[in-house]
Design a protein around this ligand. Structure first.
Ligand code: FAD
Length: 445
């Protein structure tokens, strides 16, 4: 029982392939697209991601964290750009804590190169999974280059074929498989702030830049070449939306009015806006993530979430870590392993979906709200004084390995306390007074 298939050679699939190869399995990885390392960069698809502690833990497990650190840029704080161009900074965590900007393509290539070191991993590109016969564990692929159909039988199958997983679609037809999907009514478009002529960054590269504008926002993360990838998250339809910004004049006017300090750094804005695709954001919940002890969904195939907590990939990587831990606990015995994994992990997938959705409101709206910023300041102070009593929700999600479902519950509890603290008289003047900390202590008891 040593032949394993991984369907989808994205971030999670490539990592899971390495981890299974390290356990001695023969791993066949099937990918719909051509080899990413030979493909040209697709315009408007230069996504960079925020990598944080959960992701790092999995990369350490695979022994490649240091390789990835070399191609990532630490971001210690959010930098908010107000309409008048003024900047305010909010640290993400303690001084030595950061999230890391890394290119999705660069990371994927690195993982594939590392996988090449294992003689027991074989990649099959241009293979689009079309079907899975659950009774016999037979995968059917369309070989898009040769225009042929291939069938392969495996002992175990990991489905890491992303939010529109073909394997999951097949599982949806099996009994007692629950599934739901929802599109966010906001989509996104990638834009760019190029490097200065000397290759340096035009903005502080060690911040995640946010232009919060209430109903929508733009963000920018630094790339190694001195540029920033900007992402405009924006309503798909409605009065001010992708649908209504149709001409170069409309787009130019909108950016001048809404992001004036950014526009001057975006010389190719109009071309980028019209050349790059407008992409949608989908959320997927399903349960169970397994079919018997044969098939397991991991990554976006199991839990596609919106990107506003920077956790989609981190959560997918954590899937791999948790699977590894449970596999080792079971001494490699697969009996019931995938059932137990799914039971444990589904609530965490659901929780991070809820957290990510809420964080959109926080990023686009609340980061410009003085009450919200004060809450964060009070929480940070209390957490510094009593670290064993209070870890801010953002830190629980980003800088810890606390289960997402526990973080969600803790966050809801903390919110009830902070709601009461914010009701204290003249809290904006008094927030630094000792009685505020005493009140929090009393409320916690
Ligand atoms: C704008 C944006 C910003 C984001 N920012 C962050 C962030 O800051 N931090 C973070 O952690 N996450 C972020 N994410 C989420 C992150 O990109 C995903 O969670 C992550 O890429 C999921 O990895 P995956 O391997 O599960 O799926 P994918 O990366 O989607 O990979 C799936 C792979 O399967 C292949 N495939 C698909 N169908 C088939 C088929 N039928 N047959 C064979 N192969 C197939 C695909 O070609 C692809 O290679 C962001 C996402 C978006 C859209």
């Amino acid at each position: 029982m040593k032949n394993v298939a991984v369907v989808g050679a994205g971030l999670v699939g490539s990592l899971q392939a390495i981890l299974m190869a390290q356990k001695g399995y023969n791993v066949s990885v099937f990918e719909r697209r051509e080899d990413l390392r030979k493909a040209k960069l697709i315009s408007g698809k230069s996504i960079n991601l925020a990598l944080s502690d959960r992701g790092w833990k999995a990369l350490e497990l695979a022994g490649i964290a240091e390789d990835i650190r070399a191609i990532s840029i630490p971001m210690h704080s959010r930098c908010m750009h107000a309409l008048d161009g003024s900047l305010s900074y909010q640290p993400y965590g303690k001084e030595d804590q950061a999230i890391y900007s890394v290119s999705r393509g660069g990371l994927n290539q690195k993982l594939m190169n590392l996988a090449d070191d294992y003689p027991n991993i074989e990649y099959f590109f241009d293979r689009k999974c079309q079907d899975l016969e659950l009774a016999s564990n037979t995968l059917t692929f369309n070989n898009t280059k040769e225009k042929t159909t291939e069938k392969h039988v495996f002992d175990r199958i990991f489905a890491t074929d992303g939010a529109f997983s073909a394997v999951r679609m097949r599982m949806q037809k099996s009994t007692l498989f629950d599934y739901s999907q929802k599109y966010l009514d906001h989509g996104y478009k990638e834009l760019v702030i190029p490097a200065n002529e000397d290759g340096s960054h035009k903005l502080d590269k060690n911040c995640l830049h946010i232009w919060p504008r209430g109903e929508f926002m733009m963000i920018a993360l630094a790339n190694l070449d001195g540029s920033f990838t900007c992402t405009l998250f924006f309503p798909m339809k409605g009065e001010t939306s992708f649908e209504t910004l149709k001409t170069r004049e409309q787009v130019g006017g909108f950016f001048e009015k809404t992001f004036p300090d950014a526009v001057s750094m975006m010389p190719t804005l109009l071309d980028d806006y019209f050349d790059n695709p407008t992409s949608t954001l989908i959320m997927v919940r399903c349960t169970p993530w397994n079919y018997q002890d044969k098939v397991l969904l991991l990554g976006d195939a199991a839990h596609a979430i919106v990107p506003f907590y920077g956790q989609g990939m981190n959560c997918g990587f954590e899937d791999c870590t948790v699977f590894d831990e449970m596999y080792k606990q079971a001494n490699g015995n697969w009996d019931g392993l995938l059932d137990r994994f799914s039971d444990q992990r589904v609530p965490d997938g659901n929780a991070i979906l809820d957290l990510a959705l809420f964080n959109y409101v926080e990023m686009r709206d609340l980061t410009a709200d003085p009450d919200f910023l004060l809450r964060k300041k009070i929480e940070a102070k209390f957490s510094n004084l009593y670290p064993e009593k209070w870890m801010p929700l953002y830190s629980q999600v980003t800088f810890s390995h606390i289960r997402y479902s526990d973080a969600l519950k803790n966050g809801q509890y903390q919110q009830t306390i902070m709601d009461q603290v914010m009701q204290l008289d003249d809290i904006h003047q008094n927030w630094n007074e000792p009685f505020v900390m005493e009140k929090m202590l009393a409320l916690l008891v």
